[in-house]
Design a protein around this ligand. Structure first.
Ligand code: GN1
Ligand code: MG
Length: 363
């Protein structure tokens, strides 16, 4: 599939790249007689994205919009901001379809920058916040009507609760629950927090929170840090950019970047929500977004920081009970363990609610 894309030279390798839980990603090397080009090749999983073409429609709009805006702002910027660009096929299309009907795309590789799987230090956290805020600001003036939903219902927590409750009653769900006291504890943990799942969607329905273009998946592993300057340079993985609440992003970035033990922490006791990291992320984020974020939106930031780890835990647990069909797993009960990590994180947020709220009041 790499050969479909308009890149000079000969393809010499295509190796698995990164650690995505959904799509398949490869780093491809194409050599010419004088140099080489590296690019990213990806297959979109139809099991998750029913209409992969929608991803490419949004991606085209977002890339064109952001690249133009980044270039216009470059003279004033404190760094060279980047965003991968779509590499067209030999026929000038934004993607190629294989014999199985799967969609493949190629994008430019952001070189001399690293996407860490875990937050490294306070500076890294602040950069993560700044990168997310910068991206949200760049896309904030794209009318939401111009974007399609690549993943309908994404981050709508009540929906995930429903999935979980349904998965728990299926024969497989019942078997997995009966075999695991940990899974039973997880389910009880969620049910004790059931009403929390509705907080953001209720506020949205009341008209308190506007729909805006959001990233959807600003986890630490999607944020690239310049190896030279140690500053953030770009956010990758635009698959879930669609209309949503900025709370999904701030909550997801926090749940990912404020847990120094990482999403796959083997030692559950090491999982905690680090408020110093939270303050650093918020500083970077708010620096970029203060121009458009409303007071009402800020009032719900704490709820988002509490909800997103709970929601991801619900998603992992539901997938475990449904037989691991959504998230790729690397070992048995991987999804159950992932859920346990997120619930530990949720508890840690709860225990520090006052402290977190104080951080979010700062201007
Ligand atoms: C999935 O595939 P990846 O790693 O980009 C998931 C996110 C989760 C994340 C947890 C489309 O993202 O929502 O936060 O795993 N993406 C989708 O690591 O469901
Ligand atoms: Mg993703």
């Amino acid at each position: 599939m790499a050969r479909h894309f308009a890149v000079p030279g000969q393809i010499v390798s295509a190796r698995p790249f990164g650690s995505g839980n959904v799509n398949d990603t490869y780093l491809v090397i194409s050599r010419t007689t004088y140099s080489e080009v590296r690019f990213i090749l990806q297959r979109i999983r139809k099991a998750v994205f029913a209409e992969p073409v929608n991803i490419m429609r949004n991606m085209r709009i977002i890339c064109d919009h952001c690249h133009a805006k980044m270039e216009a702002e470059q003279a004033e910027a404190d760094r060279v901001w980047q965003l991968p660009k779509i590499i067209e096929t030999e026929d000038g299309a934004d993607f190629a379809i294989d014999a199985q009907g799967d969609l493949w795309r190629a994008i430019s590789h952001i070189a001399s920058a690293t996407a860490f799987e875990m937050v490294q230090n306070l500076e890294h956290a602040q950069e993560a916040g700044e990168v997310l805020g910068h991206f949200q600001r760049l896309i904030s003036d794209i009318p939401t009507e111009k974007l399609v939903y690549t993943l309908p219902g994404f981050h709508v927590a009540p929906r995930y609760l429903e999935h979980l409750e349904r998965a728990a009653t299926t024969p497989l769900g019942q078997t997995r629950l009966a075999a695991s006291p940990e899974a039973q504890d997880c389910l009880a943990f969620v049910l004790a927090r059931r009403e929390k799942c509705f907080v953001l969607e209720n506020a949205r329905e009341k008209g308190l929170l506007p729909l805006r273009p959001v990233h959807g998946d600003p986890k630490v592993g999607n944020i690239m840090i310049d190896e030279e300057t140690k500053r953030g340079t770009c956010i990758v993985d635009l698959d879930t950019v669609q209309p949503g609440l900025i709370h999904y992003d701030i909550g997801d970035c926090m749940r990912s970047c404020c847990n120094p033990a990482g999403e796959d922490a083997m030692d559950l006791d090491a999982v905690r929500f680090d408020t110093r990291l939270c303050a650093a992320i918020y500083r970077g984020y708010f620096h970029e977004t203060r121009s458009f974020v409303t007071a009402a939106e800020r009032e719900y930031f704490y709820e988002a920081i509490h909800l997103l780890p709970l929601e991801l835990g619900i998603r992992f647990l539901a997938d475990y009970l449904a037989g691991d069909i959504y998230f790729k797993v690397r070992r048995p009960a991987h999804n159950l363990h992932r859920a346990l990590v997120q619930f530990k994180l949720t508890e840690s947020v709860e225990a520090q609610e006052r402290e977190v709220r104080k951080i979010l009041e700062k201007d």
